[in-house]
Design a protein around this ligand. Structure first.
Ligand SMILES: Nc1ncnc2c1ncn2[C@@H]1O[C@H](COP(=O)(O)OP(=O)(O)OP(=O)(O)O)[C@@H](O)[C@H]1O
Ligand SMILES: [Mg+2]
Length: 378
């Protein structure tokens, strides 16, 4: 194994200088899931990223064969057979790996033969939907910033005249005949709607966030209560929390806003009559190995905590997906399309990340957030 890897990465032993790093250590550190299966499709080697990707530990995988995780009719087996027969690398995009133990879509799989071990295949798995979502998040940060500037202009140019229009409509209301009153009410309501929109845009301000240690479970509880007594009365909630999690290093009000926007979207997606048994699952847990480089610094932030909001609705519409986090993107008649854009901005300001996985019957937004470190509590 090590000779194969050394050759593949072009390490030349015996040149003097420092010893090349151990291939197994490199493989383990690689943030891309890598799996080696033998001729009988047993797992021979998995790296750390693959354990996370499959959600099963090395010792668990050692007992399993690929068919225990991926059903026999999956195109993955065609790819593996092609690699064995042609003894060359084969790639397949946008695969869905769906079984009772695994649910992943938009997966890119690359397979290569291992010449030293006949029939063995190296598989590199990549969640391209998550990678794309991350890309987009970086792109939308700029978009959110453009909302900031626009909100300031709107506040100035729209809000002031708007209150004048609203006041005038109210005055008219008292003097017009009944049949025209409907029109003055319409003017007032529409003025209120525009004002609410401008108010929401003002949430995109560039103020630095005030952080404290936040108990994320209290935040989730709070949002669930708000939701259940209001917009999500029709929904069954399920909570799946890891009580041992440390506090998040963040701003409580902003985190409430983030979770509220996600739960509201989920509730709207499973609103009657679209989903027969509407359900939202809120969960938290540890996810090791999630790190992000802070823009403009050499610092790497650990994001060991995740919060996931999942619904059983129809999934995110295809035409929305490429622009999901951009402002003003909406599929709803009365939506402003600011919810996810604001979510993304706040999570970005916290140094966190969002992943999205959506297909019919299952949509999950997963936030990765920083926890309080010793440095923060000084
Ligand atoms: N859980 C979900 N299931 C299906 N589609 C979703 C889900 N969450 C978001 N979407 C899609 O993403 C779009 C954008 O969401 P976003 O929250 O940014 O705006 P909105 O909900 O349309 O309006 P607003 O939040 O401003 O009221 C939605 O219109 C919807 O099409
Ligand atoms: Mg929304």
């Amino acid at each position: 194994m090590s000779s194969v890897l050394s050759r593949a990465v072009g390490l030349l032993p015996g040149r003097g200088g420092p010893r090349p790093p151990d291939s197994a250590a490199v493989l383990s550190a690689l943030p891309v899931p890598v799996v080696v299966i033998d001729q009988e499709n047993r797992f021979r080697l998995v790296n750390h990223a693959a354990e996370q990707f499959l959600g099963i530990s090395v010792s668990g995988l050692a007992q399993l064969r690929l068919p225990d995780l991926v059903p026999a009719d999956s195109p993955l087996y065609l790819l593996i057979e092609q690699v064995r027969q042609t003894e060359s690398s084969v790639a397949n995009h946008d695969l869905t790996l769906e079984s009772p133990r695994l649910s992943k879509s938009g997966i890119t799989v690359m397979g290569s033969p291992l010449p030293e071990e006949p029939g063995a295949v190296v598989l590199v798995l990549q969640d391209s939907s998550a990678a794309l979502a991350l890309d987009r998040q970086l792109a939308f940060r700029g978009a959110a910033r453009s909302v900031t500037g626009m909100a300031a202009i709107l506040a100035h140019e729209v809000k002031n005249p708007l209150s004048g229009i609203r006041g005038a409509a109210q005055l008219l209301e008292a003097s017009v005949v009944d049949s025209d009153r409907e029109l003055t009410v319409l003017i007032r309501d529409e003025a209120d709607r525009i004002r609410a929109l401008v108010d929401r845009m003002e949430a995109f301000s560039e103020k630095p966030i005030q952080r404290t240690a936040v108990n994320i479970h209290r935040v989730l509880e709070h949002v669930r209560r708000l939701a259940q007594t209001g917009f999500a009365e029709h929904v069954r909630f399920q909570e799946n929390y890891d009580p041992s999690l440390p506090p998040v290093w963040g701003n409580r009000d902003q985190l409430i806003q983030v979770i509220l926007n996600l739960v509201k979207n989920a509730a709207e997606a499973i609103g009657p009559p679209s989903t027969a048994h509407p359900e939202i699952v809120m969960s938290t847990g540890f996810q090791h190995g999630m790190r992000i480089a802070m823009p403009g610094t050499a610092e790497r932030v650990n994001l060991p905590l995740y919060v996931a909001i999942r619904d059983n609705g129809p999934g995110i519409p295809e035409d929305i997906r490429p622009h999901l986090f951009e402002p003003f993107v909406t599929s709803k008649a009365s939506g402003s399309g600011l919810g996810l854009s604001l979510v993304a901005k706040i999570v970005g300001d916290h140094g966190g990340l969002i992943e999205v996985d959506s297909h019919p019957g299952r949509t999950e937004f997963r936030l990765h957030l920083p926890v309080v470190s010793e440095k923060d509590s000084d």
